[in-house]
Unconditional design. Structure first.
Length: 80
């Protein structure tokens, strides 16, 4: 789910990513240094918001393979 959402966020500028994260989702962006980190955070926020809006339990909606470590900007490895 996050990978699908990432496709629409990666094309945005850094200022657009920051603006949406801060103004729509209330997420502070001061700790994000790279565009990919911001894009991943926004993709996750969009997925979470969609799950909440549809009444889907987030634990059920989140596939463990979609997990990301946004604070370090690293995706989960297939070899973990």
């Amino acid at each position: 789910r996050v990978d699908r959402a990432l496709g629409s966020t990666i094309t945005l500028s850094m200022s657009q990513l920051k603006s949406e994260l801060e103004n729509i989702y209330g997420i502070c962006t001061k700790g994000y240094l790279e565009k990919r980190e911001l894009a991943m955070a926004l993709a996750q926020a969009r997925v979470d918001a969609t799950s909440s809006a549809t009444g889907t339990d987030l634990e059920e909606a989140t596939n463990p393979d979609d997990s990301i470590n946004v604070s370090f900007g690293m995706e989960r490895s297939f070899f973990d």
